[in-house]
Design a protein around this ligand. Structure first.
Ligand SMILES: Cc1cc2nc3c(=O)[nH]c(=O)nc-3n(C[C@H](O)[C@H](O)[C@H](O)COP(=O)(O)O)c2cc1C
Length: 225
């Protein structure tokens, strides 16, 4: 059976087990407020967020990690009163940059240069290509592109949560502008895109016992062999 190991963590996941874990996960409606994520678990999620692949590797996303009960309580009315944001151990607010310009792209290439010692002669044409491409896009299409990267991080986190036995609920039902205001995100050059509540399911969450509703794989996958 295929297995893979995470270096230095001593954890290994079996391929068949991954499907079981993905079946175990569900959009948690009721968290046990008394159960908190350990620092180690929280750090796995934070690292996973940062390891998410992004288009061109530009990482136009950041994540606000909220463990503070007062702040979580304030999020409740801004989240259609969805109790998850209050009862979850932590609430992640995945954000995108408010500005994606040549300077941001340059900073990213400087990081590549510094990290990999790649000569500027190799990086410069690629950087110019990306700057040029973005200069032709509208603000709306750049925002959409950035939001896609935020959702990719959300998907990545959902899978990692499942593998790590952490419950989670992705949340689109919130008021982004009000989140931005409460968390002062504009001052950080950010705006909220999607939310993820993480923690541990309450024993009496009715949704944990419900069957998964999915179309058959033969319906959603078109194989060309
Ligand atoms: C992007 C996204 C946004 C979602 N927003 C909410 C939400 O605001 N509140 C909620 O209770 N569930 C939300 N969900 C959960 C979905 O309803 C749920 O994932 C879907 O019904 C499939 O069920 P399962 O995740 O339990 O398998 C969201 C899911 C995704 C992927």
């Amino acid at each position: 059976m295929f297995t893979f190991a995470i270096p230095n963590k001593g954890t290994s996941y079996m391929a068949t087990n991954i499907i079981e874990k993905l079946k175990w996960r569900y959009a948690t409606k009721k968290f046990d407020a008394a159960k908190k994520l350990s620092e180690a678990k929280l750090n796995i999620l934070i690292e996973s967020f940062n390891l998410t692949a992004t288009s061109y590797g530009l990482q136009p996303i950041k994540m606000v990690v909220i463990g503070n009960d007062d702040v979580k309580r304030k999020l409740l009315p801004l989240t259609m009163n969805q109790q998850q944001v209050q009862n979850a151990s932590h609430v992640f607010v995945i954000c995108t940059e408010t500005k994606m310009d040549a300077e941001f792209i340059k900073d990213n290439f400087n990081l590549v240069e510094e990290t990999r010692k790649t000569p500027r002669a190799i990086l410069d044409p690629f950087e110019a290509f990306i700057v040029d491409e973005f200069s032709e896009k509208s603000k709306a299409s750049i925002d959409t592109w950035m939001a896609k990267q935020a959702y990719l991080a959300l998907g990545n986190l959902l899978t990692v949560c499942a593998l790590e036995d952490i419950d989670a609920c992705p949340i689109e039902g919130f008021e982004p502008e009000k989140y931005d205001q409460l968390l002062n995100l504009h001052a950080l050059g950010l705006k909220s895109v999607v939310v993820l509540a993480v923690g541990y399911r309450s024993n009496d969450d009715l949704f944990s016992g419900l069957k998964k509703v999915r179309r058959g794989v033969e319906e959603v996958v078109i194989k060309i062999s």
